[in-house]
Design a protein. Structure first.
Length: 402
């Protein structure tokens, strides 16, 4: 077995973890591009589709924070990693078994339980790096995440076109099984050695961290935009203007390739030059403009172009927010902090598509995209206000010192 220590592990261990992470996200995203068109095909209205899509985030809202706390109490990450693969496999089996609203919603909720295990993945990987390298480490892990999502989503349209919608759920099941087997060969040792177990009283300390609270709020809005657009209703709009299954896969590539590239470039190249907060601001502004433009787009090629730009923009801020969430948190409390952060942003994954689905039923797909654009611009305004306030406080401190 390969061993995970508190110090940075050998390259082969890191590559194994990257491969396992890739399988993890691939297993949950092989069916995402076709999910809303599939639900329309089995006669779900937009409100019901919003409920199904939102159940993925709602489950995470309930599960992620307690999971992180329990992980810190036990000082263990690997059991929760394995749980994530098991839940993903069960969710795919449920999609294959049910087509009624309750069964389909339960299947999507089960995949939300799987996604909740991401807390353990991120903390386990971050434990190999010093705090000052947290954003860089999360950039690498976000790159693996994007690659797994790209592979899964990229295959989706081609598989459904050739073998039907069910093929995408079977592919997700296969990816979960392969990733789970790979995770068995990672042996966790020493992760909690020398540390006092997490106490309930420590929850208040962790959740009062100002940076954690700030980036959690921003991440709510970021994930609302993401799950309204590419992971929500953008595929439905593409079908509306003439896209077939193959075009849906090309739409995924148009979004996910720049998104994956930006996940690495943002942490490694862009943020070190512009600063993390300016990079986050730019990401929100560009993604807001692209989201507002979607209902005005008359053809598929132009939709590809705007989604490529939106994918890059959203890839700029998501990994930075992930790294900032735990940058100033003590290692023994990081799973709790990450669980809090991911539980809070799950609110955006739930409320975004749920409210967009309701608006879509009343005003057409344009209503949901307008809501997504508003969320992005609100986040940009919050970052801009926070930066100006920080600058004013810094200036006041210098004047007082003089």
């Amino acid at each position: 077995m390969l061993t995970i220590e508190n110090e940075r592990p050998p390259r082969r261990v890191r590559w194994l973890f990257v491969a396992v992470t890739l399988c993890y996200w691939c297993s949950m995203y092989t069916y995402v591009p076709i999910l809303s068109p599939y639900l329309e095909d089995i006669r779900f209205n937009y409100t019901l589709i919003g409920i199904v899509l939102g159940s993925y985030g709602f489950t995470q809202l309930l599960v992620r924070f307690p999971l992180g706390f329990v992980s810190d109490r036990l000082g263990k990450r690997k059991p929760f990693v394995l749980m994530g693969f098991a839940a993903s496999a069960v969710g795919c089996l449920m999609f294959l078994a049910f087509q009624d609203p309750v069964g389909v919603t339960a299947a999507r909720a089960m995949t939300g339980i799987s996604a909740s295990a991401w807390v353990a993945f991120t903390v386990l990987y971050a434990s190999w790096f010093p705090p000052q390298e947290a954003t860089r480490a999360m950039g690498t892990l976000s790159f693996a995440t994007g690659a797994g999502q790209l592979i899964g989503m990229g295959m989706s349209g081609f598989m459904s076109d050739a073998w039907g919608y069910a093929a995408t759920f079977r592919a997700g099941l296969l990816a979960a099984l392969i990733g789970g087997i790979g995770a068995l060969f990672i042996r966790e040792t020493g992760s909690a050695s020398g540390r006092a177990p997490m106490r309930t009283a420590d929850l208040l300390v962790v959740t009062r961290d100002r940076t954690l609270l700030k980036v959690s709020f921003l991440s709510v809005l970021a994930h609302a935009v993401l799950f309204i657009t590419m992971f929500g209703f953008t595929p439905s709009y593409a079908v509306k203007i003439g896209a077939g299954h193959a075009e849906l896969s090309l739409l995924v590539f148009a979004f996910m390739i720049p998104h994956t590239a930006a996940s690495w470039l943002s942490a490694q190249k862009i943020a070190p030059r512009l600063g993390p907060w300016r990079t986050v601001l730019a990401g929100f502004l560009i993604s807001g403009l692209c989201t507002a433009a979607i209902p005005l787009i008359p053809n598929i090629p132009l939709l590809y172009a705007t989604q490529a730009l939106s994918g890059f923009a959203q890839g700029m801020h998501l990994p930075l927010l992930l790294g900032l969430a735990i940058q100033y948190i003590a290692p023994a409390k990081r799973a709790t902090a990450m669980g809090f952060y991911q539980a809070v942003y799950s609110l955006g994954m739930f409320s975004g598509p749920f409210l967009a689905g309701w608006l879509n039923d009343g005003f057409g797909l344009a209503g949901g995209f307008a809501f997504g654009a508003l969320a992005a611009f609100l986040a940009a305004a919050f970052v801009l206000y926070g930066n100006r306030r920080a600058a004013a406080l810094h200036q006041a401190g210098e004047e007082k010192a003089v």
